[in-house]
Design a protein around this ligand. Sequence first.
Ligand code: AMP
Length: 615
Amino acid sequence: MGRVIGIDLGTTNSCVALVEPAAAGKVDVRIIPNTEGARTTPSVVGFTATGERLVGQAAKRQAVTNATNTVAAVKRLMGAKFASEEVKRQGRSVAYRVFEASNGDAWVTVGGRDYSPPEISAMVLQRMRDIAEAYLGESVTEAVITVPAYFDDAQRQATKDAGRIAGLDVKRIINEPTAAALAYGLEKKTTERIAVYDLGGGTFDISILEIANGVFSVKATNGDTHLGGEDFDQAVMDKLIADFETNHQIDLRKDRMALQRIREAAEKAKHELSSSLETEINLPFVATNSKNEPLHLVRTLTRSELELLTTELVERTLEPCRKAIEDSKLATTDITNVILVGGMTRMPAVQQAVKNFFGVDPHKGVNPDEVVAAGAALQAAALSGDGDVEVLLLDVTPLSLGVETGGGVFTVVIPRNTTVPTERSMEFTTSIDNQPFVPVHVLQGERRMAADNRSLARFELTGIPPAPRGVPKILVTFKIDANGVVSVEARDVATSRAQTIKVAPASGLTQDDVARLVSEAERFKFADEIRREMAELRNQAETLLYTTEQALEGYANLVDPEAIERTKEAVKTLRAMIDNQSDLALLRDAYQKLEGETFAIAEKLYGAEESNADN
Ligand code: AMP
């Protein structure tokens, strides 16, 4: 087996590492520098006017002057639907074109061609692979790649696809905070809770992990996908530009070349102020005045000035920390270790804020922008047997687990690739009035409809007190322990009555099974999606019919008889569509027709016609 490399595929920068053979008992993790000598490489892909592809620093450099043909931060688009909030936000903030592909995913257009986000990420991965190959002098075909802990199955899958496109067999996808903890050897301790504070170039993530006997579980994650070093650079830039304008009445914002130089100078000054108390900014010939005389931007920036300009940004990282602690149901005093990740955590004010918040001195031994890649390399070495690295007890769920819900839909409770042990709950309810029991059908698989997945168990929660449909709250909790044993509990929140079942280990499937299921899911994605939509629409239609029938009984005398007649007609049509199993388009039309009628009635009842007039 060849060497397995570890790659931190970051939003702004990526890093590649591997474990070199070392003396017994020692582990030698190497961060591999790129051809320009840098230990991290910007995750930026650009195309020049002549169609040449640039990856890394060269692409980052042309980002301002050739913005429409330069893709940065494509990680935010990985596995994402075009309609999602994250993508909309990204689309507004970048110059390259982001559009909706036929499957609903977000794609980009650069250099005159359309690309899926995995294809762009693959170019970055290819570059990281080239860096490793140049260092080793041999071909590299296997890798461990890290992803944020909150990445869902689609995002993890998209990352794997990117690896495959780059010619890499992705041996494992691991969570970034887990990798950081591995780099510090924290898995060797018996039990502890740690916080991983990750402030990178464009994103902030906080993760609370529990490590017990080498097994990692993510207790909570939080963060801000649009907060990072670039905002700090922007704060410095704004100050430089504003002062220049005061002194010379010239707005540098309009000059792209000047902006690019100021951006680079701002970032450089920020770096220097992490180790010095003041720094010189010197940009000669940044503009010319009305007499065509050259103007220079020359000034001193102090650390305290930088801190003043960025206090609010540092503060903004603390609210997610508070939320993560709350979600993990721990107190800050339970956290025994804090790990800093991301280049921005080199800033002393950031380190101080973290220390004040968690009450412990953060770990600083490993470079914050390399710690995730180092952990990935350790995991890679453990998988390939390189170096003296013990096998790490990390595992993930191979397939999604969930339950069957209305209309035979498979509702996922624990997605595929979730690190185990894990525990997740979801609330369900009854579908008919006075329903005395709820059947729970536990399944495993990747298909959208329950019938296409593997049935693991069935049980019933009985003794639910009479109540209208939709009122009872049934909390279904899935637990997977370190051995992969799944237990499912259904609890009636009102009465606390509960029923639990244990099901066979989830590892009953071979690699081939998983591969087959995944490829089947891929093949049937479209057809499954239609069936899922159909089932969902049918459920919605049932609910609409139910509420309409109730409303007709209750308010018939308040609404004009014609409207009532039209509504009754629409009810009849929709009912017939459901009973005859009509196709999606017909059902949707009938649904919308009835919805329109009920909205019109509601508007009359509430006299809301005017306020809704522009809808
Ligand atoms: P990452 O995405 O982890 O590579 O983080 C990159 C961010 O860290 C960029 O915004 C860098 O400007 C910032 N950064 C790197 N080194 C330093 C430093 N010495 N002081 C402050 N910020 C830094």
